[in-house]
Ligand binder design. Structure first.
Ligand code: FAD
Ligand code: NAD
Length: 471
């Protein structure tokens, strides 16, 4: 980095929030530098999150299907064996290809990539402790904090990423644990529990609340998801809290009891996954040097235009408010660069989809029934099961349903909740409908190709104001 030159934008963090902003700023002709400490770009999502977890989810699903779901399809297979190192290598290859791809995009868009740890020296200067040794400073007219998040630790259990693991350890285990306890039945817990349960582990998920899936998942969908995951072999302990953990000696013990008080029980396992949420990461960033504060949950405080109280310093992604999702971070990256360059930008927080990549997948956008009830909104529900959809039937993959919720008076779509095959792809149509302020009838009167799973989507829309055809 050249110390003399002042950049238009200095970005701290090369995750989805930071790298997308860097590319967009480069495209807009700004002089931009992106500081990343982990030695590769893409942050949590590409290195230890979205991408490696989806590689393992995809390949473990294939393995599980070949073991349990081929005979009735007329496919006889011989000796099926798991080669875990090869499965991990496939994951690493996907990750390496994608992270290298961002380095290429940086070069293409004239982004200076500084490998090191950044800390505020003053309101315009970031000191960087370089990965390769030594220090430098970089000055920016604007500075963007995009330092992301880290796993919330569980008090009393020290993470070693071997026996007591976070998701980072869970995507890199070297053998299939005989028994695994998962603390937290949110998205990370259920995705990772799926991987290891399919590969042969006996998995028990302990969840504090009365339903799985974490915040936002519709109650009916969560119930169905639990039923289907149980059928695949996973065990659940809901309304249960973990009171203590002990990783001394062989294996790990965790003590659990009913959330409202009750008999204590000890769960033995080879590996314990801590998946109770993530928290914003600002360690060593030197926020105190420029008088910036975080809220009670560690989030960098910002206004509508992502500005901290030092207006040329902004923050986006996991380190600040909103759902901790890669595509949410990406929307904010585009908007923040527009705010800096043009003075305006926009993200519709009401239309950010959520997807859980289990089998079947779960996906939703907008509000769920509980939220609407709490807000006293009158609504209609239209539901359509995949068991009545021709493509799901031909694919022998009929579990789940599509649920539409629309305003009782105007029919405007308020929420869409799907559990079923390819729900994560299907929800894109729902997000678009919501963005366009569509009614259920708009969707139901739109031709959907036959035979496709998306016909279940159309029929659920129809069922909010009329009868579905095939159910
Ligand atoms: P991060 O990705 O955390 O990036 C921040 C970067 O900043 C890091 O690389 C860090 O090294 C760097 N950094 C921090 N401090 C400094 C510093 N002082 N100097 C220099 N660099 C610094 N989301 C989805 O939408 N879909 C999914 O399928 C999905 N799956 C996930 C699976 C797992 C196992 C996990 C853990 C998360 C998953 N997420 C998923 C969430 C997603 O990863 C995050 O929402 C996303 O990574 C947030 O991007 P970010 O850029 O804000 O933060
Ligand atoms: P989460 O907030 O989704 O779920 C955590 C779960 O743990 C909740 O259900 C909570 O009730 C439970 N819990 C908390 N404390 C507990 C305790 N002491 N005992 C038992 N249960 C407890 O968090 P997560 O699953 O860790 O995921 C973190 C973030 O990463 C989320 O924001 C998520 O959206 C994101 N993520 C997204 C994806 C995806 O989009 N597919 C995948 C992985 C992670």
């Amino acid at each position: 980095a050249s110390e003399a030159e002042e950049k238009d934008l200095v970005i701290i963090g090369g995750g989805v929030a930071g790298y997308v902003a860097a590319i967009k700023a480069g495209q807009a002709g700004m002089k931009v530098a992106c500081i990343e400490k982990r030695g590769s770009l893409g942050g949590t999502c590409l290195n230890v999150g979205c991408i490696p977890s989806k590689s393992l989810l995809n390949n473990s699903h294939l393995y599980h299907q070949i073991l349990h779901d081929t005979k009735n399809r007329g496919i006889e297979v011989g000796d099926v064996k798991l080669n875990l190192p090869a499965m991990m290598k496939a994951k690493d290859t996907s990750v390496a290809g994608l992270t290298k791809g961002i380095e290429f995009l940086f070069k293409k868009n004239n982004v200076e990539y500084i490998k090191g740890t950044g800390a505020f020296q003053d309101e315009h200067t970031v000191a960087v402790n370089l990965v390769e040794g030594g220090e430098t400073t970089v000055r920016g007219k604007n500075i963007l904090i995009a330092t992301g998040s880290e796993a919330t630790p569980f008090p009393g259990l020290t993470i070693d990423e071997k026996k007591v693991i976070t998701s980072t350890g869970a995507i890199a285990l070297q053998e299939v644990p005989k028994k695994m306890t998962v603390i937290g039945g949110g998205i990370i817990g259920l995705e990772m529990a799926s991987v290891w349960s399919r590969l042969g582990s006996e998995v028990t998920v302990v969840e504090y609340l009365g339903q799985i899936g974490g915040p936002g998942m519709d109650k009916d969908v969560a119930k169905q998801a639990q039923k289907l995951l149980q059928k695949q072999g996973m065990k659940f302990k809901l309304n249960t809290k973990v009171t203590a953990g002990d990783a001394e000696g062989e294996g790990v013990k965790v003590s659990v009891e009913a959330a409202k008080g009750g008999k204590e029980e000890t769960l033995d396992a080879d590996v314990v996954l801590v998946a109770i949420g993530r928290r914003p990461y600002t360690n060593g960033l030197g926020l105190e040097n420029i008088g910036l504060e975080v809220d009670e949950r560690g989030r960098v405080i910002i206004d509508q235009e992502y500005r901290t109280k030092v207006p040329h310093i902004r923050a986006i992604g996991d380190v600040t408010f909103g759902p901790m999702l890669a595509h949410k971070a990406e929307e904010e990256s585009v908007a923040v660069v527009e705010y800096i360059g043009k003075g305006y930008g926009h993200v519709n927080y009401g239309a950010i989809p959520s997807v859980m990549y289990t089998h079947p997948e779960v996906a939703w956008v907008g509000q769920n029934e509980e939220e609407l009830k709490a807000a006293n909104v009158k609504y209609n529900v239209g539901q359509f099961p995949f068991s009545a959809n021709s493509r799901a039937k031909t694919n022998l993959d009929t579990e789940g349903f599509v649920k539409f919720i629309s305003d009782a008076e105007t029919d405007r779509i308020l929420g869409i909740h799907i559990i079923g095959p390819s729900a994560g792809e299907m929800i894109a149509e729902g997000v678009l409908a919501l963005e366009y302020g569509a009614s259920s009838e708009d969707v139901a009167r739109t031709s959907h190709a036959h035979p496709t799973l998306s016909e279940a989507f159309k029929e659920a829309a129809m069922a909010t104001y009329d009868k579905a055809v095939h159910y």
